[in-house]
Design a protein around this ligand. Sequence first.
Ligand code: BTN
Length: 247
Amino acid sequence: MRPLDPAHVEPMLRGRFGRPYLYLAQTDSTQRLLDAAQPEGAVAVAEEQTAGRGRIGRTWQAPASSAILVSTLLRPPPGREPAQLTLVAAVATAVVVERATGLAAQLKWPNDVMLDRRKIAGGLAELKDGAVVLGIGLNVNQAPAELPTETKAVAGSLRSVTGRTYERAPILADLLLELELRYDAWRDGGLDAIYEDLGSRDFLRGRRVTVDGVEGTAQLITREGRLAVATASGPLLVESGEVLFDR
Ligand code: BTN
């Protein structure tokens, strides 16, 4: 399996994202390699992170060279909600995973990508001096025994679900192009512009869920990016947080 160094990835890039392309064999977190001084579309990639970050203060772990660990610098215009970027990332990642595997992928509000009911990817949007660093971790070639077990959602990788291994460079190049297309659409048209692709892959819709201790049935992701849940005491609109679900 080849590394994700510029020599392999740059010839495959077809859009604005990935320029410049920063690459390190090891770093603490690719989220820390980008800042507002860089142009939109600057990307940081690492083979291994020693302090990979997840949402809600969690860690993100993957053996060296097994996953795609990528952060992208974005400058959403005023009026767009940066929090929605995890949904943009999830749609782009799901579409790319579908092309690579031939299987249907779903997104679990607000930032997970699911394949065969396992979490195979997550997105993290962090504000930095008015810009946003959007990180994506996609589990590709981890064997089942290499996947984290302490996570709330059962973790998977493309390999653990399909039994195949994958060259990561073409998947990364495809992901950067798909992210650019979805981001541009969202920047110009808001969540409405990607709403069909989002709603049709909504993993939680119709599932029994628990949010902050409140139980209910997930209804849909609203056009503002909230999760609508029907509970015994009425409708609930969830803005952020963690949703637990019954399998
Ligand atoms: C989550 O599901 O909690 C989000 C995980 C985001 C992980 C990616 S890996 C690349 C980038 N660098 C990090 O430290 N985190 C994000």
